[in-house]
Design a protein around this ligand. Structure first.
Ligand code: ZN
Length: 411
């Protein structure tokens, strides 16, 4: 590696302080896992992250950040000042919420070296990795050039609709780079933002007896027209673009013309343009389904209401971006050879859509069954996650007196 990032990484590895931090993170693996398990045991459904947030704040405080605080949106935030003036800000974060509804059994079960519990990886592993890196900064007394913020965000999953990270970027102008520890196995780098748009669509008609009132438009039939049309959509496989009618309900029984029918629709793409195109097609199909059902019966009694359940911006970044090259160099220096670049829907969607460099990186260990009750985590070689995050942060924020930050200050 003859480039600036390679040179900076080599310079970092020569520092006793950096090697001390790396050793610290290896020895800290047990505590990191312990905190991950403790955080998993505290439920954090969307919009109800407060208890987990309070515990995360306490752990950050113990990690050498007594000023760690919870902001108005519910995000947890701790600041480590850099030596640079004026300072730019690099965020290292993970999300506090889990996808699971309130009342989900979050008891952790252990079997064959794996830990099983809903949310055991997504994203308590990320939170634990952020805490480990914060401790390593304190232990090795690392002085960066840029400010480094250690953050836990609310509202990453589902209807949370990225509310935490949106608030972070709304309230703070100086953030130059964003790292989310929220990924799969080591070597994966999420550099693209899968955009999404979700709708709840409700059809309403006059209803009536299936025989006696025959001849009026049906909410169920109208929705069926829309689903049939959506099912026949053609979307590109590259950039990957998808559609799904994920939930349907309505009607009261076989002998009643459905008065109401409702469906939830999810549209996704790795390209903002393709997403917009698919959204336009689907909305037109929904409008047409109601119109056609009315025309079929010479009526105008059927209506359709489209409720916006939330959108996430799509965006792409080049592999040549410093933030991407920094984490690739960092993870390769830890002996991880194979790199997989991916697109996903994460907190990074917001900064990427704003033109601010952002990546999601793994927290270490192995995992599977994300977003399912069978979610599992295997802590083997788990320390590689925090080590990679630490080195990536140091490359991007710069070690005072040794390296310069590899992130440009936003103008
Ligand atoms: Zn996640």
């Amino acid at each position: 590696m003859s480039d600036a990032i390679g040179a900076a990484l080599a310079a970092l590895w020569e520092q006793a302080q950096v090697r001390q931090a790396m050793l610290f993170l290896e020895r800290d693996a047990g505590r990191t896992l312990e905190q991950q398990l403790a955080l998993t045991s505290i439920e954090a459904p969307p919009f109800k992250e407060a208890a987990r947030a309070a515990h995360f704040r306490d752990l950050l405080s113990q990690a050498g950040f007594p000023d760690a605080r919870i902001d108005a949106e519910g995000n947890v935030l701790a600041v480590r000042k850099g030596a640079g003036a004026p300072a730019s800000v690099l965020v290292l974060s993970a999300h506090l919420d889990s996808v699971f509804p309130e009342g989900t059994d979050v008891t952790i079960r252990q079997k064959d070296g794996r830990y099983y519990a809903p949310g055991i990886r997504d994203d308590t592993r990320g939170l634990a990795a952020v805490l480990a890196v914060a401790r390593a900064f304190t232990d090795a007394q690392v002085q960066t050039v840029s400010d480094v913020w250690f953050v836990g965000t609310v509202g990453e999953e589902g209807l949370g609709n990225l509310r935490g990270v949106r608030a972070l970027f709304r309230d703070h102008a100086g953030i130059a780079g964003f790292i989310s520890v929220d990924g799969g196995d080591m070597g994966r780098v999420t550099l693209g933002a899968t955009g999404s748009q979700r709708y709840r669509v409700t059809y309403r008609g006059p209803g009536g007896h299936s025989f006696g009132a025959f001849g009026v438009p049906s909410a169920a039939h109208a929705m069926g027209r829309a689903i049939a049309a959506i099912a026949d959509l053609r979307t590109p496989s590259d950039p990957k673009t998808t559609f799904n009618v994920g939930r349907v309900r309505g009607g009261t029984g076989a002998t009643a013309i459905a008065e109401e029918a409702q469906m939830d629709v999810d549209l996704r793409s790795n390209s903002a343009q393709e997403l917009a195109r698919t959204v336009a097609s689907v909305l037109a199909m929904i409008e047409a389904s109601a119109r056609d059902e009315n025309v079929r019966w010479g009526s105008n009694a059927l209506t359709v209401e489209i409720q916006d359940l939330g959108a996430r911006p799509a965006g792409n970044q080049e592999q040549s971006l410093p933030i991407v090259r920094a984490t690739v160099a960092a993870v390769q220096s830890l002996g991880v050879e194979s790199i997989q670049y991916g697109h996903s829907s994460t907190d990074c969607n917001v900064p990427i859509s704003l033109g601010i460099p952002a990546i999601a990186i793994p927290g270490g260990g192995k995992s599977g069954g994300n977003h399912s009750l069978g979610e599992w985590y295997d802590p083997t070689q788990g320390h590689l996650g925090p080590q990679n995050a630490f080195l990536t942060v140091l490359l991007l924020a710069g070690l005072a007196g040794v390296t310069t930050p590899q992130l440009a200050r936003p103008q």
